[in-house]
Design a binder for this molecule. Structure first.
Ligand code: DX5
Ligand code: ZN
Length: 219
């Protein structure tokens, strides 16, 4: 099953609820929430208050992407605020196993993410503990960047591993995904598609539907 996860980093925060509803009404199943700490990545975005405000206003699956060092400090609070999944970075945490277990114990789905420069081998030890692997297709920190073509092979590599080991793990991609490169990424094996600027810049309903049309042909 394929899922679209519009990234609200590209939304207009004065119209956040309205814009989330627009993607949801057009069929998007997830909402991607980019938490940046200004240390793991150069920029700062937002945190728990956004998750707790968004939670009661939508039934979309809240997909929290923590670009934060030592994410174990905050997973409990994000779970309380209503996250449905929490994804941590393999580069940002010294106690990955414990943190993933903590996330699961909170009743939340757990994801592990890797940056473009990080080899796939770094996340393989955790594949049995996660619900999702997030392959970054840009260097995290900003929306609106260009897709890094070298990442497509990493998507294939993760997909091959999931299939070979018969794992019930989703494969998410994030960064620079648009209507022109979507099919190539689906073919490589991605099934959760994050898109920020490609959904929120322009007509949100039309953009969401255009993504979903391509993605649903695959299901
Ligand atoms: C990048 C964030 C992404 C970003 C994607 O650091 O993790 O989720 O919002 O934005 P686009 O789709 O515009 O590249
Ligand atoms: Zn993200």
């Amino acid at each position: 099953m394929n899922y679209l996860s519009p990234s609200i980093l590209a939304a207009d925060f004065c119209k956040l609820g309205e814009q989330i509803n627009e993607t949801r009404n057009a069929g998007a199943q997830y909402i991607h929430i980019d938490v940046m700490d200004g240390v793991f990545v150069p920029s700062i975005s937002f945190g728990m208050p956004i998750v707790s405000s968004v939670r009661p206003s939508t039934d979309a699956f809240l997909d929290v992407h923590m670009m934060v060092i030592q994410p174990e400090r905050y997973v409990e609070e994000f779970a309380k605020c209503g996250a449905d999944s929490i994804t941590i970075h393999v580069e940002a945490c010294d106690c990955i196993e414990e943190t993933l277990q903590k996330i699961k114990a909170l009743g939340v789905k757990a994801g592990i993410s890797l940056n473009p420069a990080t080899p796939v081998s770094e996340v393989l030890p955790y594949m049995n503990m996660v619900d999702m692997v997030l392959v970054m297709t840009v260097n995290p920190g900003f929306g609106g960047q260009k897709y890094i073509p070298e990442c497509t092979d990493k998507i294939r590599e993760v997909r091959a591993y999931i299939n070979e080991h018969n794992l019930d793990v989703d494969l998410e991609i994030d960064g620079g995904v648009n209507l022109d490169n979507l099919q190539m990424n689906l073919d490589a094996g991605a099934n959760v598609i994050v898109a920020g600027s490609a959904v929120f810049n322009g007509n949100i309903t039309e953009k969401t539907k255009a993504f979903l049309q391509i993605m649903q042909e695959e299901n």
